[in-house]
Design a protein around this ligand. Structure first.
Ligand code: FAD
Length: 369
């Protein structure tokens, strides 16, 4: 989110600094890169936001590729969601957006799919982007080319506010940070966007953002072995164009910020691969990694205003942050630069995903007691 927003702001001629504690821990480098509002079975506002983001991806990627000179690895390859029965398929939240597949059609789309899967939905409009190897680097390069300043290894320790009247906190005045060299600094700042992913609540404890750990692995498949993404329950296979298949992912809210792989997590992924595509169990593993999704209680992001005037939020994107980066960058750059004149549909999204939906939700029960 930080890179995507910095890129849009820099395109509009703003001077931007990115303060990043550790780029390698970012979920942006962990994710599978699926662009999957339909395959994920989203609903309500989150589905609509995901669909709006998906529509923006080609133009957004073209901007990044033009500014960086490198490919982002966008593959509109379609995603197949398999089910054990037609009844299960027909009850899927996004069934209306997919092509219904029976077992024969499922085998045609995913040759070699496990025999437990009797039905499927093909979402031809969903796809993937190679976030780990291409998109993130392209964004960094695009930002650098547009003059964005990077402080890698800089941890924001606290947000300083001006003195507010009548007991309220004031506006953003500065951020306090520790540089990569270990020096503590005060950086005056009247405008900032908080994009700390799963760690966002450490700086603003009123934000209901918490980590959901995910473990991943990759396999080297014979080239062209798989053309569609397969999105099974608990496990998915995402084939890159060079034959690397990214396998994800565990979902471990109870793990907190615990580092490392676990035997149980890796076994879950292996079992998922064996069930979805039995032949893939013999493909050699290449890499294993993990990261933290920034989740909120309704699994939707926090976008726009924060409790501190001058500080905006772009966090809590949970399982869909790669997909939602395009629209998040558009909404936040408009909110920061033209707070009073954002277009009507931007205001709609900023209202729907305002952090206050959690504060307001908590209030009635407080009043009753
Ligand atoms: C296993 C897994 C699979 C996923 N698969 C997909 C997928 O297929 N499709 C999809 O759309 N999404 C996917 N996601 C979700 C997506 O990766 C996230 O929603 C998205 O990356 C969140 O972006 P972010 O910028 O908010 O957080 P991050 O990418 O985590 O970046 C946060 C950055 O903030 C920095 N930071 C934190 N605290 C501080 C501080 N105090 N000072 C300075 N810097 C700080 C961190 O070092 C980090 O670099 C997946 C996530 C995981 C973990």
């Amino acid at each position: 989110m930080g890179l995507a927003i910095a890129h849009q702001l820099a395109r509009r001629g703003e001077a931007v600094q990115v303060l990043s504690r550790r780029r390698s821990e970012a979920a942006g480098f962990v994710a599978a890169g699926m662009l999957a509002p339909h395959a994920e079975g989203l609903s309500g506002n989150l589905l609509a936001l995901g669909q709006a983001a998906l529509a923006r991806v080609p133009h957004w990627v073209a901007q990044i590729e033009a500014d960086s000179g490198v490919s982002c690895g966008l593959r509109p390859c379609g995603i197949v969601v398999p089910f054990t029965s037609a009844a299960e398929r027909d009850a899927y939240p996004t069934v209306a957006w997919g092509e219904a597949l029976d077992r024969t059609a499922l085998e045609r789309e995913v040759p070699g799919i496990g025999c437990a899967w009797q039905a499927g939905l093909l979402f031809a409009q969903d796809g993937q982007i190679d976030n780990r190897r291409q998109l993130m680097r392209a964004l960094e390069r695009a930002c650098a080319g547009l003059g964005v300043q990077f402080q890698e290894g800089a941890e924001v320790l606290a947000l300083e506010r001006t003195a507010g009247g009548s007991g309220t906190g004031g506006a953003l005045a500065a951020v306090h940070l520790r540089t990569a060299e270990g020096e503590e600094q005060r950086l005056p700042a009247q405008r900032a966007v908080l994009t700390c992913g799963a760690w966002s609540a450490r700086l603003l404890p009123e934000l209901p953002v918490f980590p959901v750990k995910g473990q991943m692995l990759s396999l080297q498949a014979p080239r062209q072995a798989l053309s569609r993404v397969i999105f099974g329950p608990g496990t998915y296979l995402v084939p890159r164009s060079d034959g690397l298949v990214v396998v994800g992912a565990t979902s471990e809210p109870q793990a907190g910020f615990s580092d490392g792989l676990t035997p149980a997590g890796q076994r879950q992924l292996q079992a998922g691969v064996a069930s979805l595509l039995p032949e893939a169990i013999s493909w050699p593993p290449m890499e294993r990694w993990w990261g933290f999704r920034p989740c909120t209680p309704d699994e939707g992001p926090l976008l726009g205003d924060s409790p501190i005037p001058g500080l905006w939020l772009a966090c809590g994107h949970h399982r869909n942050g790669v997909l939602l980066a395009s629209i998040t960058a558009e909404l936040l750059s408009a909110a920061v630069l033209e707070p009073a004149s954002s277009p009507a549909d931007s205001i709609h999204w900023l209202n729907a995903f305002a952090w206050t939906r959690f504060r307001d939700r908590a209030q009635p029960s407080t009043r009753q007691t």
